[in-house]
Design a binder for this molecule. Structure first.
Ligand SMILES: *Cc1c(COP(=O)(O)O)cnc(C)c1O
Length: 364
């Protein structure tokens, strides 16, 4: 079956270097908080264009810890979107805060920044901007608003490693940013992993305390904390892959270009790259009024028919009826019914991309 994402193909394309890196960690005998993690934190922070990186156990924890380190907690409201991985909302609630939803824009699936001001109350402490599918939220007006109203900006970059906004990497704009290294992400581990990045030394310090029992010094908890560490094996794998990230993103962009060329007249609405951003196509999501028929054709052609996401967070049983929406979520609800994710990963071959195009043509 042709998969939507294919982390095994990523492993195979770097197999020799990954195997060697993993074995060298096994041999060294330091499995938690050794030099692989320290080096990766510095390398990833430098890549993103920020001063500090704090490796953690996964992307959800990265977001929760970033929010806490920015002073977000009980009684605070955090504005975000409902059209996102549930992890975004889960992290806000785990930080003790209350999520508040605004709608997305039909053009690019990301937060409608124009709605944020109307969602702000005296309790608003932060905005979580989700750079969904690999394209940046419109950060400039959002940053200006956050500064003016004294609100923290935390970027959810779990789908946007390497994406650019105004020539700078996403993750370098907010007070802090969270990345996930879940295996299918643009930079993926072979297991779980995540990182908090920031230019603010105090935020980095608080994130470091939060990831390990509140320790500034070993065995002495300054604050009450938990445990969410990135491990040496995953850091070693990420260090092998990071130097290939830009090239891999370039491959994703070429596949997107191919889809755009071939699918322009096939009755599906294609994703657009806005001016001033560099989309890194974590996912290539099309819209079609005949989405379910399209998904059927995918199945017939042995292609995975993935939907990101079939149900907005505010409609899911765990959240329904209890999350404040600052504006009607009309676009959020409309896209859930007509989106489909095409196969998209750096190792996707030309023949496979052609096969996807054939399946879409067969659905006309
Ligand atoms: C993957 C993802 C996360 C969570 O990452 P995990 O490592 O799976 O915890 C958060 N936000 C978004 C938008 C994601 O896609």
């Amino acid at each position: 079956m042709l998969l939507c994402a294919n982390p095994r193909a990523q492993y195979l394309s770097h197999k020799g270097a990954i195997d060697a890196a993993v074995l060298s960690v096994f041999e060294k005998g330091i499995y938690i908080k050794g030099e692989e993690v320290t080096r990766f934190e510095a390398e990833f922070a430098a890549y993103t264009g920020v001063k500090f990186g704090v490796g953690v156990g996964n992307g959800t924890d990265a977001l929760r810890i970033a929010l806490g380190a920015c002073g977000v907690g009980a009684g605070d409201e955090v504005i975000t979107v409902s059209h996102t991985a549930v992890a975004t909302v889960s992290a806000i609630e785990q930080a003790g805060a209350t999520p508040v939803f605004v709608d997305i824009r039909a053009e690019d699936f990301v937060m409608d920044v124009a709605q944020v001001e109307g969602a702000v109350t005296s309790r608003t402490r932060a905005v979580v901007a989700v750079h969904l599918y690999g394209q940046a939220v419109d950060l400039e007006p959002l940053l200006a608003l956050c500064k003016r109203r004294g609100i923290r900006l935390v970027e959810d970059c779990a789908q946007a490693h390497g994406a650019l906004y105004g020539g700078r990497r996403v993750g370098s704009y907010g007070d802090a940013a969270a990345f996930s290294f879940y295996p299918t992400k643009n930079l993926g581990a072979i297991g779980d992993g995540g990182i908090v990045v920031t230019n603010d030394e105090a935020i980095a310090h608080r994130a470091r305390l939060a990831r390990e029992y509140g320790w500034a010094t070993r065995y002495v908890s300054d604050v009450a904390g938990g445990n969410s560490r990135l491990d040496e094996v995953q850091a070693a794998i990420l260090r092998v892959k990071l130097p290939h990230l830009d090239r891999d993103n370039e491959k994703r962009r070429r596949i997107a270009e191919y889809y755009r060329e071939k699918l322009g007249d096939e009755g599906v609405l294609l994703p657009q790259e806005r001016g001033g951003v560099r989309h890194v196509y974590h996912l290539y999501v099309v819209r079609s009024p005949k989405r379910d028929a399209l998904a059927e054709q995918f199945k017939k052609h042995d292609i995975q028919a993935a939907i990101h996401y079939p149900m907005p967070v505010h409609a899911q049983p765990a959240y329904a009826g209890r999350i404040r929406t600052a504006a009607p979520l009309a676009v959020t609800e409309a896209v859930a019914k007509d989106i489909l994710s095409l196969p998209m990963y750096p190792e996707l071959t030309d023949a496979e991309a052609e096969h996807v195009v054939a399946a879409i043509r067969a659905a006309r």
